[in-house]
Design a protein around this ligand. Structure first.
Ligand code: 6PG
Length: 243
């Protein structure tokens, strides 16, 4: 994994924009589209706003970009907790991305139906090709969860790539999430983590040689592969415990 540490969020976002631009150009030249998985929460908001603002937005071919969500809260479509709503407000609407290029998670049925339908839609998009997203953007919780892979949840044990519905008791809410095997099939993965609150989690995921038999049960983001195609984008506060 490549660790990139920045003095502030705007320097970090500009460098991450450059990486996203390079990945999108390679993807579009190789297979005609850029399959981009967005992360949720608050951290990526400033990145999404930068991606949607000139001159940055002009440098990426959005017409061949397809957007997915690493996870979604199981709440109604217009609920302010929705990751898709945040992405629409900061990125997708300003860029006028057509609906058919956005893979939303339908939460009108049961959590299980939402997961199944999302997986079917993704499968159909990739056709006979393996489901290999060009870039998966991930956040990190202060408990070292990523996407909606939370400590102690059964999806951490998955070995087959897929979309899961999980009940997150810590928050008393259902969530729909890509599991680690599916995320790990991606060509590129980028963690975007800022703030002092995340320093411990970053340390336990990135650096610590944990003594537990299965450290990912405690720090789920350790399930994500750790090779050089995985980039961590950190500010100095989030990286403050790294040696
Ligand atoms: C979500 C995200 C989640 C997020 C982390 C960090 O649905 O909330 O997918 O994994 O990335 O919780 O969230 P913040 O950026 O808000 O700290």
């Amino acid at each position: 994994m490549q660790i990139n540490i920045f003095n502030n969020e705007s320097e970090l976002n500009r460098d991450l924009w450059r990486i996203i631009k390079e990945i999108s150009e390679k993807a579009i030249s190789e297979h005609g589209m850029f399959n981009f998985v967005l992360s949720g929460g608050n951290t990526p908001k400033s990145l999404y706003k930068l991606l949607a603002s000139k001159p940055y937005s002009d440098e990426i071919e959005w017409s061949n970009t397809f957007f997915f969500f690493g996870d979604e809260r199981f709440v109604p479509e217009n609920d302010p907790r929705r990751n898709s709503l945040m992405a629409q407000e900061t990125l997708l609407t300003p860029l006028r991305i057509p609906e058919q290029n956005i893979f939303l998670i339908d939460t009108s049925g049961s959590p299980e139906e939402a997961a199944k339908q999302y997986e079917t839609n993704i499968r159909e998009h990739f056709g006979s090709h393996p489901i290999e997203f060009d870039l998966v953007l991930l956040g990190l919780g202060d408990d070292a969860h990523t996407a909606s892979l939370f400590p102690g949840t059964y999806a951490l044990k998955d070995t087959d790539a897929g979309i899961k519905s999980v009940y997150v008791s810590q928050q008393g809410v259902n969530r729909i999430t890509m599991n680690a095997p599916l995320i790990n099939q991606a060509k590129n993965i980028a963690f975007l983590v800022t703030g002092e609150k995340k320093a411990d989690a970053v340390f336990h995921v990135v650096q610590e040689k944990e003594e537990q038999e299965d450290p990912s049960a405690f720090y789920p983001a350790r399930l994500i592969r750790r090779d050089d195609s995985v980039n961590w984008f950190l500010d100095t506060a989030a990286a403050s415990r790294l040696k």
